[in-house]
Design a protein around this ligand. Structure first.
Ligand SMILES: [Zn+2]
Length: 66
């Protein structure tokens, strides 16, 4: 065990959604996969980031994960 190894927990929050565009999510309003704008992290579940953005088609909030 190397004590100088970077902490995984701190690295998890360094993820920047804006560097990974376009993001796709399922919009419940449009009932189809859509491009998500202005994605932001709302939480972390295990190895996945929980994000929320706005549907490019209708502007409704679209929750998704990466
Ligand atoms: Zn939509």
């Amino acid at each position: 065990m190397d004590p100088k190894a970077p902490m995984r927990t701190s690295a998890a929050w360094s993820f920047d959604p804006s560097t990974k565009t376009p993001l796709l999510g399922y919009c419940p309003n449009c009932r189809q996969s859509v491009i998500v704008l202005k994605a932001r992290i709302v939480g972390v579940a295990g190895d996945q980031y929980l994000l929320e953005g706005n549907c490019k088609r209708c502007g409704e909030p679209v929750p998704f994960s990466v």
